[in-house]
Design a protein around this ligand. Structure first.
Ligand code: FAD
Length: 281
């Protein structure tokens, strides 16, 4: 589904809520730096079960207070209807109009899933309780979600979120542009017509990336893994190679019609800014 020539591309940056005053201060500087690139919005993650509820709100208000659009993530696993309603009311009362609605993952040691099982139920709940107030993003998985029974069911489940009222989607990160294009084609064939914005994870440290990827089921292609492993502790080479790989990926995605890019920044401006400049955005 190539992007119409007149459509505006959507660029966004994702943060996690800092847990120290120093982290908060540093994130303010990062926000200002990345804001110069003119993103549509900044999103802020949310710990499953509401573990970062106050810090996510605090971070979102910091961003909004600096004059930028902020989109809090809301995950519904291990939550009650009343708790989610309360969180959403707080966002609405603070003038927030943009959400990333997720299921989340059950925190280890917690046995009960709460009153929501899947993200489409959260999307449905937001629409029933808050009408069109929020613009709703949902997650999509070009390499399919690791817990899905199979790829086709995962696609149907993605469609359920769109039918429940999602406006747009952001993907899990990946390093293989073909899987994204294939996924977008599959979605179009199923009548899914929301923008599917690729999630981009810059490469800074191999051990951290390998850990994330094992958890979320994102594949690091063998040639990239081998090269990163070969660099070992040579951080500069890892970063230089990572910038080449990810810039090339972004370039292919945009050339191929991706409607924008969403950067998982890990609260750092450096890699995303460099990729941005190299792309000439
Ligand atoms: P769902 O869409 O509910 O899907 C989860 C699984 O259930 C899939 O395998 C799907 O196929 C299956 N499924 C869905 N509906 C049904 C059904 N009716 N019957 C059977 N199976 C079904 N996590 C956080 O905790 N906090 C965050 O801030 C956060 N931000 C994220 C941002 C992005 C852009 C992405 C891509 C992920 C983020 N995550 C976050 C991770 C996310 O919560 C996990 O990937 C989680 O495992 C799935 O969430 P989901 O919203 O995609 O769930």
């Amino acid at each position: 589904m190539p992007m119409p020539a007149t459509a505006e591309r959507i660029f966004s940056f994702e943060f996690f809520p800092p847990n120290t005053p120093e982290g908060r201060e540093k994130l303010r500087a990062t926000t200002l730096q990345l804001a110069q690139l003119g993103p549509k919005f900044f999103s802020v993650t949310y710990g499953a079960g509401g573990s970062t509820r106050d810090r996510t709100l605090e971070t979102v208000l910091d961003i909004q207070g600096s004059g930028f659009e902020a989109a809090p993530h809301v995950s519904c696993i291990a939550s009650t209807l009343a708790g989610i309603r309360d969180t959403l009311q707080r966002y609405r009362d603070h003038g927030i109009r943009h959400l990333v609605a997720l299921r989340g993952d059950l925190p280890s040691g917690l046995a009960t899933a709460g009153e929501f099982r899947y993200a489409y139920e959260l999307v449905d709940f937001v629409r029933r309780e808050f009408g069109a107030h929020f613009f709703i993003e949902v997650a999509a998985y070009p390499e399919y979600h690791p817990q899905a029974r199979n790829a086709l069911e995962d696609l149907r489940n993605f469609k359920r979120k769109v039918e429940a009222g999602a406006d747009s989607a952001i993907t899990q990160y990946f390093y293989n542009a073909d899987c994204y294009f294939h996924f977008v084609d599959e979605c179009a064939a199923m009548g899914i017509d929301v923008p599917i914005v690729p999630g981009i994870m810059p490469i800074n440290r191999f051990s951290q990336l390998a850990r994330f990827s094992d958890t979320c089921g994102a594949e690091i292609p063998r040639w990239i893994r081998n090269k990163l492993e070969a660099y070992g502790d040579d951080v500069d080479s890892v970063r230089a190679f990572g910038l080449d790989v990810v810039t090339d990926l972004c370039d292919r995605l945009l050339q191929g019609g991706a409607p924008g890019l969403h950067f998982y920044t890990l609260n750092q401006a450096g890699a995303a800014s460099t990729i941005w400049q190299r792309l000439g955005l």
